[in-house]
Design a binder for this molecule. Structure first.
Ligand SMILES: C[S@@+](CC[C@H](N)C(=O)[O-])C[C@H]1O[C@@H](n2cnc3c(N)ncnc32)[C@H](O)[C@@H]1O
Length: 306
């Protein structure tokens, strides 16, 4: 791990996951292995951590970082949506904890060649944005495929202001092959400035769509509840409102259990609560944000399996 890598909200995450010697924990987004390292220290030599990442480059770095833990770690190249298959493939039925630290690592954003950042670069950077560059459609290809209303819908879902105007501007400049092309196409669109720079939101909305991030998250949450043993813990760190809202709604549903209309005299769905919420969108403390500005938008949610 580079000296600069600071896992986000690591102490509150560990308080939720509460890893104990000999337990089995899944780090479903292992990244540079920052959280995983702390979890492994608590698990001891008899514990087991399975680290998953869809980005092969991140996995190679996690492998280096976590080598001292030997056989207590196994790393798997997979997507969140395949969480259940990964766990079953490791010969496990249930696990004691699952961590999802969503989105990108700063190392991926800083790797300007991958097209995640709208920062200027001296060279022309392909508009790629795939976390796994071995498969799927690039942002450039996605932009070329969508018609203008579909693109506006994608931008709206990503919280981009004036999505129709932005979609029109982008469409008028197709093909957009490089991050510079995208920046140029956005240059003449006057957009209301909110908390985030509008170009940041456009890049983020495209990245979310290219990597199918929200659907991945929904599938992973469903699997996580089924994979947790009674008393098992789930911790999720999200970095934008689209993600956080899905986690919040999912946990609320699983805490409630019954989905019958409130005016029904007796439950007909038969669903019972499966989770007890223990953290409701906790933000990082200001000291952490000073040390690690990337933590600024983090929200931590956690739950325990009944
Ligand atoms: C914020 S970083 C995790 C950082 C990590 N907790 C650490 O301390 O080093 C998120 C990681 O999740 C991976 N990732 C994001 N979405 C994923 C998905 N749907 N499936 C698998 N990995 C994913 C990214 O490639 C990235 O490496």
């Amino acid at each position: 791990m580079t000296a600069a890598h600071l896992p986000v909200m690591v102490e509150p995450v560990l308080r939720i996951l509460n890893p104990r010697p000999g337990e089995r924990i899944i780090d479903a987004t292992v990244g540079l292995g920052g959280h995983a390292e702390r979890i492994l220290r608590a698990l001891g030599p008899d514990g087991q951590l399975i680290g998953i990442d869809r980005d092969p480059r991140m996995l190679r770095r996690a492998e280096e970082q976590l080598r001292p833990f030997g056989g207590a770690v196994s790393l798997v190249h997979a997507r969140l949506a395949y969480l259940r298959d990964v766990v079953k493939g490791a010969g496990l039925e249930r696990v004691d904890g699952i961590l999802m630290d969503l989105g990108l690592c700063s190392a991926q954003i800083d790797d300007l060649g991958r097209g995640f950042s709208f920062r200027q670069s001296e060279r022309l950077v392909p508009l790629d944005m795939r976390m796994d560059q071995e498969q799927g459609e690039t942002a450039s290809e996605l932009l070329a495929r969508l018609d203008e209303p579909e693109l506006a819908q994608l931008l709206r879902a990503g919280g981009v202001p004036a999505p129709r105007r932005v979609a029109r501007a982008l469409h008028a400049r197709l093909p957009l092959r490089t991050t510079q092309d995208l920046r140029d196409a956005l240059r003449n669109v006057r957009l209301p400035r909110r908390r985030h720079h509008p170009a940041t939101l456009v890049f983020q909305a495209l990245r979310i769509a290219v990597n199918n991030e929200l659907q991945e998250l929904e599938q992973a949450l469903e699997s996580a509840v089924e994979l947790l043993a009674p008393g098992g813990r789930l911790a999720v760190l999200s970095y934008h409102s689209g993600e956080d809202r899905r986690v919040k709604e999912f946990l609320a549903r699983e805490e409630r259990g019954c989905i019958c209309p409130p005016d029904l005299p007796r439950c007909g769905c038969g669903r019972t609560p499966r989770l007890k919420i223990v953290a409701r969108g906790k933000p990082p403390n200001p000291d952490e944000v000073l040390r690690n500005p990337r933590a600024r938008s983090a929200r931590l949610r956690g739950a325990v399996r009944w």
